[in-house]
Ligand binder design. Structure first.
Ligand code: ZN
Length: 343
C-alpha cells in the first residue's frame, strides 16, 4: 500500500514529462484545417469520460460528434477550460451555455457502433435535444432502434422504430464506401466497416472538408487478429490522400497496453498492433520509403481503458509503449477531456 502511494506521484510526473516533451501535444498553427474538442477520451469504467469527439472546420462552430459516450459533461469541462470562449448564447435564450452548445451546435452524431461507451451520453442527454441527426451503418442504426430507443430501454426520441416517435433525432443510414453529405455542415463522410471481435462490426468514418480529410476509426481489432481485411481496405483507400498531403489526422484506438494477452483483446488494439497497422498503411502509401510516409501526421489515440488497480498505469504505459515504437514519426496525441486540438 505504502509502496503504491509513493509510486503514484512518480508515474504522474513521468506522464507529465512525456506530455511536455512531446511537441505534438499542444497543437495550433496557421496551417491547420480542423478543430476538435474532446468531450470524452476514455474507453471504459468512468461513465463521465467516454469516447466522444466534436469536430468542426477551424473557423466554424458547426460541429459533428464522433461517437457519443460522454457528451454533456464533456461540453461543460471544455467550457471550464475556456475552449468555447468563442461561443455566445444569444440574449433572450434563457438557457445555459452547455445546453446551447448541445442543442444548437452539434449538427450530427456519427456513431461507430452501438456499444454503450459510444452512445450513452447521447441517450442520457436526449430529452434536452432540439433536433439532430444520427449517422451510422445499417447495423448500428438497427441496434439503436431495436435495443435502445425502443420505449423499453429508453423512450423513442427518434423518427423510426417502436411506438410513439418523439422525432428529435433522425436516423441517417450510411452505405459503406459511399460519399454522403452531413447535413448543416460543410462535411461529407465515407464510411467503412471494421471488425470489432468478429462477427460484430464497428465503423470508420473518413470526413471530407473541401478536400482535406480526417479518418476516425471506431473500436477495431487488427486485421491479423480478426482474420479480416477491413483495415487494409481503408489503408488502400486513404493512401492516395496521404500522398497528396491531404490527410489532416487519424483517430485510432489503443485500448490495452502490450501486456494484454492476444486472446483477451475483444476486438481492440495494443501499441504493437496499432503500429503494425500503421506500418501497413505506410507501406501502401510509399513502399520505397515507408519510414517517411506518415511522418508528422497527428494520430489521436482513443479508447484507452483505465485499469482498476490502485496506481492506474494504463495511460502512462500505453503512451510510453507508443512513443518507443514510433519509428514512423507520427505525432502521437493522448487526448484529455475538454481539450481543444487543432490539426
Ligand atoms: Zn466497442
Amino acid at each position: 500500500m505504502k509502496n503504491m502511494i509513493q509510486r503514484t506521484p512518480f508515474l504522474l510526473i513521468a506522464f507529465a514529462l512525456l506530455i511536455f516533451l512531446n511537441p505534438a501535444f499542444s497543437q495550433s498553427n496557421a496551417s491547420t484545417t480542423f478543430k476538435c474538442v474532446v468531450l470524452g477520451s476514455g474507453g471504459g469504467i468512468e461513465e463521465n469520460n467516454l469516447s466522444a469527439y466534436l469536430l468542426a472546420s477551424k473557423n466554424s462552430n458547426d460541429f459533428i460528434c464522433l461517437d457519443a459516450g460522454t457528451v454533456y459533461t464533456g461540453i461543460a469541462q471544455a467550457e471550464k477550460m475556456g475552449n468555447f470562449n468563442n461561443v455566445f448564447v444569444p440574449s433572450g435564450d434563457n438557457i445555459t451555455k452547455t445546453a446551447f452548445i448541445f442543442r444548437e451546435l452539434i449538427k450530427g452524431y456519427l456513431i461507430s457502433h452501438a456499444h454503450l461507451d459510444h452512445v450513452a451520453g447521447l441517450v442520457i442527454a436526449s430529452p434536452a435535444l432540439k433536433h439532430s441527426n444520427i449517422y451510422g451503418s445499417a447495423q448500428t442504426i438497427d441496434f439503436l432502434k431495436n435495443n435502445i430507443f425502443d420505449w423499453e430501454t429508453w423512450p423513442n426520441f427518434t423518427d423510426d422504430g417502436s411506438g410513439l416517435k418523439l422525432n428529435v433525432l433522425s436516423y441517417k443510414t450510411l452505405i459503406p464506401k459511399q460519399i454522403q453529405n452531413i447535413e448543416n455542415t460543410g462535411f461529407k463522410v465515407t464510411s467503412f466497416m471494421v471488425s470489432h471481435q468478429e462477427p460484430y462490426t464497428s465503423t470508420a468514418f473518413l470526413i471530407d472538408s473541401f478536400g482535406n480529410y480526417v479518418l476516425y476509426l471506431g473500436d477495431t481489432g487488427a486485421d491479423e487478429i480478426e482474420g479480416s481485411g477491413h483495415l487494409g481496405e481503408i489503408w488502400n483507400f486513404i493512401a492516395p490522400i496521404i500522398r497528396e498531403g491531404r490527410l489532416s489526422a487519424i483517430f485510432m484506438e489503443c485500448s490495452y497496453p502490450d501486456q494484454q494477452p492476444e486472446t483477451q483483446l475483444f476486438g481492440h488494439l495494443t501499441p504493437k498492433l496499432f503500429f503494425a497497422e500503421l506500418e501497413n498503411l505506410a507501406k501502401i502509401t510509399d513502399m520505397e520509403n515507408f519510414h517517411e510516409a506518415l511522418r508528422g501526421i497527428p494520430v489521436i489515440v482513443t479508447g484507452i481503458k483505465p485499469s482498476w488497480k490502485e496506481a492506474d498505469e494504463n495511460k502512462y504505459l500505453i503512451y510510453k509503449q507508443l512513443l518507443l515504437k514510433n519509428k514512423l514519426g507520427v505525432k502521437i496525441i493522448i487526448p484529455e477531456q475538454g481539450q481543444l486540438i487543432e490539426f
